[in-house]
Design a protein around this ligand. Sequence first.
Ligand code: FAD
Length: 518
Amino acid sequence: EKNILFIRGSMILFLICVTIQIHFSISSIPSSLETLPVEGHFNYDEVSHAAKDFGNRYQHHPVAVLHPKSVSDIAITIKHIWQMGPRSQLKVAARGHGHSLQGQAQAHRGIVINMESLKGPEMQVYTGNFPYVDVSGGELWINILNESLKYGLAPRSWTDYLHLTVGGTLSNAGISGQAFRHGPQISNVRQLEVVTGKGKVVNCSEEQNGELFHSVLGGLGQFGIITRARIILEPAPAMVKWIRVLYADFSTFARDQENLISAEENTFDYIEGFVIINRTGLLNNWRSSFNPQDPVQASKFNSDGRTLYCLELAKYSNLEETSALNQDIKNLLSHLSYIPSTLFLSEVTYLEFLDRVHVSEVKLRSKGLWEIPHPWLNLFIPKSKIHNFAGEVFGNILTETSNGPILIYPVNKSKWNNRTSVIIPEEDIFYLVAILTSAFPSSTGSDGLEHILTQNKRILEFCETAKLGVKQYLPYYTTQEEWRTHFGQQWEAFLQRKISYDPLAILAPGQRIFSKSN
Ligand code: FAD
């Protein structure tokens, strides 16, 4: 009995000590940060914004948010934590626009760096034979587009939505309908300035500090904070011919997509696609209310309970070449096997085309449907397995009306640099399938969070048992074992990069790949 009492007593004492230690280490954080000579400021009270993201499912509150005014603010802060060594549990997350899905830009009881506060260096466009723009890592792509258009230029590779930061998309890949030709955004960067996990500011490119450059691109924020990027520009078109056509048969749809992205020359400038599942009742008589001048209408096509596939294309144009361009488009379309009565075509400005998703955002926000949970699932699927995937997922699992778009389009692996950190399938062509569902937290039906998460799990389980060689894009795992599987043969290289650039695992804890004690 004495022994039991002694053990109990020791345990209580131990717990008290741990609690006091945690309490003191947390409460001493603000005072230790306050001594740092930063030009910007730390905020300790208004931190709840940094615990939110687009996914609306995870909320981890930091102890402080740094609003940096300069790169050195970021370097000083990280160096301070690095010098505290492993005894400090403090971690740091760069937060771009917070459009992650599962807390990837959050730092539980750590420091969040609000990258949008970093205004310098001023955005600068360089014209000439190989034009580029230098931007801050916290810059939004929409601002880059607006600035470079003033010079008749624009970046070549995009995401579908432009209210995301450079640092946020370069930490993943940045993919849209131009990726088949130009590769993802990480293939369209010349130089970076990075603050490593030791607080060192390093310039890097293919030629200079190449290992850090490639590590950071697609590196999920694990190796450094991107504070500046040099982005390749090209002459911007004035207008865009925006086209949507429908297919009833997946094989024909996929064959046309693959032929289009494989054409060496004359093809479209943008190639994507999406799935329309069992859409009924939206328009009672689609013919009377349908406007063939408006490609948006293609997604409202009444499919009479069937699943349809919509191929989305764009051809860029300058005003003087209209008639030749129309002939070109006619010719390209003549090689496709879509349902002939389903050609939706319109002409919009380049800016309108690239910023098209923002229009939906404004509509959804006005109805209170933007800030709801988004249990999205993004997958890369090898070309040889896409029919298998489509048969099961669109034929058996997702058979009800989907609550959000399902994008599907192929890209060419040759446009991806295999030295970057992003993980993609082995084959020369692979598909992005993005199941972009919104959920209603209180619903217990098919639009409820639980139902959608179960559906996502079924899809992932199917991919695994059918051995499709699928990789997650914007990956999310909860154990290191799962991360090892995700990286496969690249795990050792990823780990070595972590040891080189962030050995104390200070950076991007919300990705849950490494913990500080590893
Ligand atoms: P955050 O969510 O703030 O950060 C993402 C990760 O990057 C975090 O781990 C964070 O710590 C890290 N990070 C942020 N800034 C930096 C930095 N400067 N240096 C180092 N690490 C940093 N993706 C596509 O590829 N194609 C699409 O078409 C596409 N469409 C989207 C549409 C919508 C509506 C949304 C919400 C997302 C979309 N995405 C798309 C996904 C998007 O690219 C990623 O979620 C991206 O990370 C969001 O950028 P962000 O600035 O909000 O990053």
